[in-house]
Design a protein around this ligand. Structure first.
Ligand code: FMN
Length: 219
């Protein structure tokens, strides 16, 4: 069903669907190791359509997608990442620095599809509802589109890796987007080389999952 179709009868989600959704959430991974095989443009189009179903403050839909395709633009992002990563490494010492240096922190070398996701900070859509008091909710909305895309990609066997080790202003300039757009995510997208249920950073001893992450405080 194309993303824009509407249907009259609300769906009733089944137990098997809920089980599969749980599997999807458990197996969604941040992917940094990609096969070189291309992802058909229509599949990416479909992912973008579905990402646009994400909730947004005031229905503002402030997400803006930029396909980073040219060798020039990709080189600029790679150089940006390398500089930012070297600077980040300087912030660690000793064993932790060694461990950081050994991590693969982006799939920029191989990902066949690269998408920069921006937030239009001055969109008129939504007439400021909700974002007058909390302007950051525009960015939160763009992030929800990213998450929707991430999950939807996984249902098609496609991996997504989020790269934030970037100087956002440099990336914004290099990609030549309007001044009122702010970078919220740089995504590497493609067919994963491997699939795991545990995060790569857990496997490589950087950071375990928090045991009690569902802790609920009450007031
Ligand atoms: C906002 C955000 C920024 C991230 N930036 C990076 C990044 O620059 N490099 C990287 O390797 N992973 C990055 N990640 C991926 C996280 O490291 C990853 O989600 C986390 O280790 C948990 O792994 P999982 O996504 O496979 O569950 C980012 C994730 C988020 C949500």
């Amino acid at each position: 069903m194309p993303a824009r179709d509407t249907q009259e009868t609300p769906p009733r989600f089944t137990e098997p669907f809920r089980d599969e959704l749980t599997q999807l959430l458990r197996w969604r991974r941040d992917v940094r190791r990609f096969k070189p095989d291309p992802v058909p443009a229509e599949v990416i189009g479909e992912l973008l359509d579905l990402a646009c179903l994400a909730p947004s403050v005031g229905n503002s839909q402030p997400w803006r997608f930029v396909a980073v395709e040219s060798a020039e633009a990709r080189t600029a992002i790679r150089e940006n990442f390398e500089a930012a990563n070297a600077e980040a490494l300087e912030g660690y010492q000793g064993e932790q620095a060694e461990r950081y240096a050994g991590l693969k922190l982006s799939g920029l070398d191989m990902a066949p599809v690269q998408l920069a996701v921006f937030c239009d900070e001055q969109t008129l859509q939504g007439h400021g509802l909700g974002s007058r008091t909390m302007p950051e909710t525009l960015r939160y909305s763009a992030i929800l589109a990213v998450h929707t895309l991430w999950l939807t990609a996984r249902t098609r066997g496609i991996g997504v890796g989020w790269v934030s080790i970037l100087d956002p202003e440099q990336a914004t300039n290099d990609l030549g987007v309007p001044e009122n757009w702010s970078l919220v995510a740089y995504l590497c997208i493609g067919w994963p080389e491997e699939e795991h249920e545990d995060p790569e950073l857990v496997r490589h001893g950087w950071q375990d999952r928090t045991a009690d992450c569902r802790k609920l405080e009450r007031r």
